[in-house]
Design a protein around this ligand. Structure first.
Ligand code: AMP
Ligand code: ZN
Length: 467
């Protein structure tokens, strides 16, 4: 096992990773709020977390990965005000909140599968863990960390001196940077809701009884309750996007550490944003693309994965169609290396990964997940090395980390060609033989319109699917 080094937001340093238990690593990643589709920025974060898991597994660790589904109670602002996003989306769509949550949960898994993101081992839903959340709030209440306002039960951050340790910000600094205070009943601007009461004048679709009154959990409490339930406390690594460094994760830490009196997690890792022209990609920014948009334009979801692999997770990634095009070309070239090696009789079981190449690859991924560098190692190798079996052995082994499905690439991609297209190709061949080039060209245009490209080779015409 090599030495794995990871950047820890908590210490603001790259540290050697040592698991808490001998051989099993527990990771918790904050999952989606299922009121809408995930956008490419969200997906970048899930790809980063998938790479982390794969690198741990490549190093021989058994990983237990837990990711929550927020299907209730995430309010439209971090200040615990505004509408519940799931209920608001349900209202817009004329569906029930439960149906909306289920629909977008399925959509999320469809997207992550298309990106070859490994499904977490445990995917707990907030709505199925209400009792655990209530139990945790009770514990905090007994220890004196909570207070009641007219709209809910709040956590008093001034009682938890370590509140600012993750963000490296004191409470005073956080206060100074806070927006205009919206809830005058809060004792400190950073205080947050653990339990919200249902509004008196309106019936909510999702609400539960509690010792404090009918209502629903605050957004942060589910992560504390469910991570501890499935991973214990402390656990090894907690992840999310960089936006969570300032509110969501400090709140999780406050809840978990105040309740249990021990550290929540050893490592905190955060993926940088995907941006568009310098602005964070986000639904509210109006610059969010979906994976479906990209597929509609003819891109392979794995080209998006490649694009993400090619920028280190702690660096902002500026999304452009041109960069995506470049990623798709690079991915196609890698696949071409696999096809050629297979066509030349390469057998991965017979191949050997040259030790220096393997060492360089491992050094790169273990240097705080330097996947762009690992890709560089691969490109140097495939361009300079000849033996097809070695090539396949190395590519397939490294792809356990990249997740580009390289081992599924066959020597010749069999493509299903519709009857209509085959007939047009035959007619075009006949026209060409009769030297009727005008008609042959018109037929080519028709074939192109149906989504195929004819390539004339000495062995006759070949067809490729167009993007
Ligand atoms: P949400 O569903 O809003 O809770 O976001 C899901 C995950 O995506 C969180 O870990 C966020 O930190 C992350 N995220 C949100 N916007 C972006 C972005 N533009 N780039 C990368 N990650 C993001
Ligand atoms: Zn969380």
């Amino acid at each position: 096992m090599g030495i794995l080094k990871l950047y820890n937001t908590l210490s603001r340093r790259v540290e050697e990773f040592k698991p808490l238990n001998d051989n099993e690593v527990g990771i918790y990643t904050c999952g989606p709020t299922v009121y809408d589709y995930a956008h490419l920025g969200n997906l970048r974060t899930y790809i980063f977390e998938d790479i982390l898991r794969r690198v741990l597994e490549y190093n021989g660790y058994k990983v237990k990965h837990v990711m929550n589904i927020t299907d209730v109670g995430h309010l439209t602002s971090d200040a615990d005000e505004g509408e519940d996003k799931v209920e608001a989306s349900a209202k817009r769509a004329g569906r029930s909140a439960w149906e909306i949550a289920e629909f977008y949960t399925q959509a999320f898994f469809r997207d992550t599968e298309r990106l070859n993101i490994l499904r977490p081992h445990i995917v707990p839903k907030a709505t199925e863990h209400i009792a655990d959340q209530i139990a945790l709030i009770k514990k905090l209440e007994e220890k004196g960390y909570t207070y009641r306002t007219s709209d809910g039960i709040y956590f008093d951050v001034s009682k938890f001196p370590d509140y600012g340790k993750l963000a490296g910000q004191s409470l005073e600094e956080k206060k100074a940077g806070a927006r205009v205070e919206v809830n005058p009943e809060k004792r400190n601007p950073a205080d947050f809701a653990l339990w919200k009461f249902s509004p008196k004048d309106k019936k909510r679709q999702m609400e539960w009884d509690s010792p404090w009154g009918v209502g629903f959990p605050g957004w942060h409490i589910e992560c504390s309750a469910m991570s501890t339930k499935y991973l214990g406390q402390p656990f090894d690594i907690h992840c999310g996007g960089v936006d969570h460094i300032y509110t969501h994760h400090p709140n999780e830490i406050a809840q978990s550490e105040a309740a249990e009196g021990v550290k929540m997690a050893n490592f905190w890792m955060h993926g940088e944003f995907m941006v568009v022209e310098g602005r964070r990609m986000g639904k509210s920014e109006g610059n969010a693309y979906l994976l479906d948009d990209l597929i509609k334009r003819g891109y392979d979801p794995l080209a998006f994965r490649y694009l993400c692999l090619n920028t280190h997770y702690r660096i902002q990634l500026n999304f452009t169609w041109q960069a995506l095009e470049g990623a798709q070309t690079a991915l196609e070239r890698l696949r071409e290396h696999v096809r050629n090696a297979r066509a030349r009789g390469g057998d991965p079981a017979q191949g050997k990964i040259p030790p220096d190449v393997h060492r360089k690859f491992l050094e790169a991924i273990n240097d705080d997940l330097n996947v762009p560098q690992a890709l560089g190692v691969v490109w140097d190798f495939v361009r300079s090395h000849q033996d097809p079996s070695d090539k396949l052995a190395a590519l397939f082994d490294f792809d356990r980390v990249f997740g580009l499905k390289l081992s599924e690439v066959r020597a010749e991609e069999p493509i299903e060609i519709p009857q209509e297209v085959r007939e047009l190709v035959a007619q075009r061949e006949a026209a060409r033989k009769a030297k009727n080039f005008q008609e042959a060209d018109a037929l080519r245009v028709k074939i192109t319109e149906l989504g195929y490209e004819v390539i004339d080779t000495p062995q006759g015409p070949k067809l490729k699917k167009r993007r």
